[in-house]
Design a protein around this ligand. Structure first.
Ligand code: FAD
Length: 508
């Protein structure tokens, strides 16, 4: 018996650690069966949000149902993993605890604690690379350093051979539901004095049950207002297949236009690991083969490659965070004097509400609240607006995204924010400041996206929407009385932003 600890890999298929624990990967007769467990860790929940808890619970329900269809189930425990996992391993008489690596700083600290706890009770443990195609140490510069420039990283990333999807464990290679229930009973309510009581977490005493998922309220969270969308491997596969059937062949051409719905919307599935990245990549290779056939336009292969490039961005930021865990809160680029952010609370609040008077910005911020998602181009626009029009610290934006995005991923979110704020690895140069009106006009010419999320502007012609900042108060009142006037003047703020960055760089 081996205990397999699910974390950000809520799937049974293409799961490297699970395949190893179950003895499926190499057909190792002396391994498995695998007993799958998810642990609600109070320390992790401290950083969660209503949206992400809902999304997590949906993903766990789908995973549990997958296991149930195979005669197994999902153990669901609560408490500090350092206390819970040794007890579960003992109750199951497990030889090993196996998991897939999580590369963020906090996760690594947690895993180090779990390793020590398991060593103390002589239970073996094993960690696998699973979340990315190339682990964060695998691709380095010729001088042996981690990459900080994406284009060079991409060249190596794309040239490297990729692993095939890991095989899904057979039904026999999974612990049966009765065995899991016995183990849960043995752990449930055991004395917590040496466990997490001192943490005062969600529920200090370790508890375990089979397939019994808590509600958000049990964990101290509320149901979010946003619709977090479908979850689970079946939904992820369906979405990927739909996307690769047609949209991918126009991906490069259309991905920047938010009204087109031209992107995969796989991000939350990838974040929770409901689809394996090897499986997703293999499917893109099949699409590439089709793109190279005569049936598709000449530029189809580039369109597919552009999509593969996004998967590589995800891995690029994973390795940036892995090698620089401090970037979660610190600028990657250390400006000598530090940037003197203005941080006006009212302006930041208007940005969060989607009431800046800049239509494309407001549409994005409202999409975020409604769908727990925002289109990539619009993420870039709203992030530029917060940092370079409102002169507000990117960390305000990062925190807000962290709270409201279902796909919030520390590495990608941080990478995106530091890119926009010109403080990151391969960032937008500080003097490149998006003009929110031009961006809206270019990428949402008919204001279709804007009108979807900003109902006050639905009856207004696109031309007027894109000139909103230039209209007189009377014109604005006539066109859309309920929609606000711009809260700042972009041209003025642009100059102020340039001065702010130059001061920080000692260039003024
Ligand atoms: P697609 O265009 O279909 O891309 C496919 C996949 O590639 C995505 O699902 C994602 O896993 C990955 N990907 C795409 N673009 C990027 C990128 N620029 N950086 C890293 N990975 C990428 N992405 C997140 O997954 N989580 C975040 O918390 C997040 N925060 C962001 C914050 C800011 C300020 C910005 C500018 C970008 C952020 N991104 C984040 C990146 C990107 O916006 C989303 O991954 C993308 O919009 C998700 O939509 P999709 O799945 O349809 O993407």
């Amino acid at each position: 018996m081996e205990l397999f600890w699910h974390r950000r890999d809520l799937r049974a298929a293409d799961n490297v650690g699970l395949a190893a624990a179950a003895g499926t990967e190499t057909d190792e007769a002396d391994r498995g069966p695998a007993a799958p467990v998810f642990v609600f860790d109070p320390a992790v929940l401290d950083h969660a949000s209503d949206v992400r808890v809902r999304r997590l619970l949906d993903g766990l329900a789908a995973l549990r149902d997958d296991y149930r269809e195979r005669g197994s189930d999902l153990l669901v425990a609560r408490g500090d993993p350092e206390a819970v996992l040794p007890r579960l391993a003992e109750a199951l008489d497990a030889e090993r605890v196996v998991w897939n690596r999580d590369y963020s700083g906090l996760a690594r600290e947690r895993d180090a604690g779990v390793r020590r706890a398991l060593d103390a009770v002589d239970v073996a443990r094993e960690a696998h690379h699973d979340a990315v195609l190339h682990d964060p140490d695998a691709i380095r510069t010729n001088a042996g350093d981690p990459y900080s420039v994406y284009s060079y990283y991409w060249k190596k990333w794309t040239d490297r051979a990729k692993a095939d999807p890991a095989p899904a464990p057979s039904d026999e290679a999974l612990a049966d539901a009765d065995r899991l229930a016995d183990a849960a009973d043995a752990v449930d309510g055991t004395d917590a004095s040496d466990a997490t009581a001192a943490d005062g977490g969600v529920d200090a005493s370790p508890v375990a049950a089979v397939g019994d998922l808590p509600t958000p309220a049990d964990l101290g969270f509320a149901e979010p207002d946003a619709d977090v969308g479908p979850a689970g491997t079946a939904a992820a596969r369906e979405r990927l297949a739909d996307f690769l059937d047609e949209a991918v062949f126009a991906y490069e051409a259309e991905r920047d236009f938010p009204a087109e719905g031209a992107t995969s919307r796989l991000s939350a599935f990838l974040k929770y690991g409901e689809i394996g990245v090897r499986e997703a990549y293999a499917a893109t290779e099949e699409a590439m083969a089709e793109a190279e056939s005569d049936a598709r336009p000449d530029d189809a292969p580039e369109q597919v490659e552009e999509f593969q490039q996004q998967l590589a961005w995800r891995e690029f930021y994973t390795q940036v965070l892995f090698h620089n865990p401090e970037v979660v809160t610190a600028n990657y680029k250390e400006y000598e004097e530090g940037i003197d952010w203005r941080d006006d609370p009212e302006e930041i609040a208007a940005w969060k509400r989607g009431e800046t008077g800049y239509p494309i910005v407001d549409a994005g911020m409202r999409q975020l609240r409604e769908e727990a998602f925002m289109h990539n181009r619009v993420r870039m626009i709203v992030a530029s607006f917060l940092t370079k029009d409102l002169l507000a610290d990117w960390r305000h934006g990062y925190d807000h995204f962290r709270e409201h995005l279902a796909d919030h991923d520390t590495a990608n979110d941080n990478g995106g924010w530091q890119w926009a704020a010109s403080t990151g690895t391969d960032a937008q140069p500080y003097f490149r400041i998006f003009n929110p009106m031009t961006q809206g006009e270019r990428y949402d010419a008919d204001a279709e996206y804007i009108k979807e999320y900003v109902p006050e502007l639905r009856g207004v012609e696109a031309d007027l929407i894109h000139e909103w900042h230039e209209l007189s108060p009377t014109q604005r009142a006539n066109a859309a009385p309920a929609y606000p006037a711009p809260i700042v003047d972009h041209s003025e703020r642009r100059e102020e932003a340039l001065a702010m960055y130059k001061r920080a760089r000692g260039e003024d």
